[in-house]
Design a binder for this molecule. Structure first.
Ligand code: NAP
Length: 258
């Protein structure tokens, strides 16, 4: 599966842990050359080392998605390291909780800057290289929270995640003439280091709300991302794929166990 990806040059932002790390490792397994990006170089370097230890090719790069200069340097590093850039996974995101009334303007701006403006800056920086490839792929990590559901404490986060889909649809139209597709994966509740910190009770309650009876794995998300990046998805653009074990489907809270 995903044999068409071998040799491709791939950037994954927010790849030092969680979902991004899972995506980067899977691209490595698929024979891609992976630029592992996060603000902390040390953690990104550990993930790049994991890919190399598994027989893949990878380099770590420190960059902040809220800074255009960092994004330009990131694209240049991929080209310099791999000689090509085929796939941009705009995955970096933050999710600090704050309810309305307590949420500050700075809270709101920080979430939008990373989760939404960060997509625009990364895409802008990578555009020339993706156009040169003639078959570029952009895959955004959105969420079910915002585009489909709401969650107390995350109004700014939900706005940013829904905003990503609005950005995606127009970007998909504008970039189609260049052979570049733009798609989004919408994860449900995925087991990451961050979720582990929210406690066993939270994890159990979330799993109980999922018809599949379990939380998602980072591989569940990575496989969807690799599909969008593959040659087999060449005619799919402007689409969002929910990967949530059926979490958004029930009409009633007790439906999963009914
Ligand atoms: P995570 O474990 O907290 O990892 C976030 C990653 O993004 C880290 O590598 C972090 O590294 C990086 N990052 C944060 N701010 C950055 C910035 N300004 N510039 C560059 N890198 C930055 O998060 P996650 O749970 O894997 O989430 C990843 C994506 O999936 C996010 O877009 C999130 O909204 C989405 N998502 C997650 C879930 C879930 O259940 N986990 C569900 C739905 C959607 P540094 O701090 O070193 O920069």
């Amino acid at each position: 599966m995903f044999a068409s990806l071998a040799g491709r040059g791939v950037i994954v932002t927010g790849a030092s842990k969680g979902i991004g790390r899972g995506i980067a490792l899977r691209f490595g397994t698929a024979g891609c050359q992976v630029l592992v990006v996060s603000r902390a170089l040390g953690e990104a370097a550990s993930v790049a080392a994991e890919i190399v230890a598994a027989g893949g090719r990878a380099r770590a790069f420190a960059a902040d998605v809220t800074r255009q200069g960092d994004m330009d340097a990131m694209a240049a590093a991929a080209l310099q390291s791999f000689g090509r850039l085929d796939v941009l996974c705009a995955n970096a995101g933050i999710f600090p909780a704050a309810r309305l009334g307590a949420m500050t303007e700075a809270d709101f701006d920080a979430v939008l800057a990373t989760n939404l403006k960060g997509n625009f800056l990364a895409v802008s920086a990578c555009l020339a290289a993706l156009k040169a490839q003639g078959a570029g792929r952009i895959v955004l990590t959105s969420s079910i929270t915002g585009p489909i559901t709401g969650y107390p404490g995350w109004s700014h986060y939900g706005a940013s995640k829904a905003g990503q889909l609005g950005f995606m649809r127009t970007a998909a139209i504008e970039l189609a003439p260049f052979g570049i597709t733009v798609n989004a994966v919408l994860p449900g509740n995925i087991v990451t280091e961050g979720l582990a910190g929210m406690g066993e009770d939270y994890r159990r309650a979330m799993a109980a709300a999922v018809p599949m009876g379990r939380l998602g794995s980072v591989d569940d998300i990575a496989h969807a991302v690799l599909y969008f990046a593959s040659d087999e998805a060449a005619y799919v653009t402007g689409q969002s794929l929910v990967v949530d074990g059926g979490q958004i489907l029930p009409e009633a809270l007790d439906a999963p166990g009914a």
